[in-house]
Design a protein around this ligand. Structure first.
Ligand SMILES: [Zn+2]
Length: 265
């Protein structure tokens, strides 16, 4: 599922391929993806305009197409972007295709159909309406400590809560906790100041590193949990078996030896 690093990678991809070109049409191949806008309205409002710039917040990507006109993309479980040169065939899972005057196209692909496309007036208004928390890469250490200090619960559930911190999903939350040797069910009330500072640093490191590697799974360090998680997998640190548990409604993978629940004060 695309999390902050994947969406940031899509943003950079879109910025490098699709800005400043006149939009000649928008094909909607499957309308499930449209939220509060019809296929006709989407095409009518974007035709003749250009994507001017983009902004990412958490797992949402916003693309400006004019005054009070932004396209919002959410990638759901399997969404992605693909820029197609004129002779390239449209991928099977393309749900919406933005056509440009230069005959190239930008496809929003989405195999499992949980993606969302919407037109909004402004980013701030949208973030407020949704009650989204600050972006995980924008947040300061003191903000991070305040959020963890104010909300009681399993640390993993807090990291996943988009209303508190936007951008971290299941995989990167597990990675951050693995790196700091924190059991995912550890209550936030048990975290010391130092623990929180360590989590904050790990959060930044993991997200930034993943972005730098364009979230290419094959290039992610072998020392990461991400490249090992799954049934029968071994901990890349100690070699013992990894374990899974449902925490915050999601499947957490962790090493019960390296991430002991009671080892921290
Ligand atoms: Zn281990």
């Amino acid at each position: 599922m695309p999390e902050l690093p994947e969406v940031e990678t899509f943003k950079r991809y879109l910025d490098s391929t699709s800005l400043h070109q006149r939009i000649t049409n928008v094909d909607v191949r499957d309308a499930y993806v449209l939220k509060r806008v019809s296929a006709r309205q989407l095409a009518r409002r974007l035709k003749g305009r250009r994507f001017e710039n983009s902004h990412r917040h958490g797992k949402h990507l916003f693309v400006r197409a004019g005054d009070e006109l932004w396209l919002r993309l959410h990638f759901g479980m399997t969404g992605s972007l693909e820029y197609l040169n004129h002779d390239k065939a449209v991928p099977k899972a393309a749900r919406v295709i933005f056509r440009f005057a230069n005959k190239c196209r930008l496809a929003f692909d989405d195999q499992r159909k949980f993606g969302e496309i919407e037109l909004i007036k402004g980013v701030d208004e949208f973030l407020q309406t949704r009650g989204l928390g600050p972006d995980a890469l924008e947040i300061s250490l003191s903000q991070f400590k305040t959020i963890l200090g104010r909300h009681r619960g399993a640390v993993k559930a807090i990291l996943l809560n988009q209303q508190l911190i936007a951008g971290i999903g299941n995989l990167y939350a597990d990675e951050i906790l693995f790196r700091t040797r924190t059991h995912p069910a550890t209550g936030t009330g048990r975290l010391s100041d130092k623990d929180m500072a360590r989590l904050f640093r790990a959060m930044r490191d993991v997200l930034e590193k993943a972005i730098a590697l364009k979230t290419d799974f094959n290039r992610l360090p072998k020392s990461w949990l991400l490249t090992h998680r799954g049934k029968g997998a071994k901990c890349p640190r100690c070699g013992r078996g990894l374990k899974s548990a449902t925490i915050g409604g999601r499947t957490a993978w962790f090493c019960p030896h390296c991430q002991k629940r009671t080892s921290r004060s």
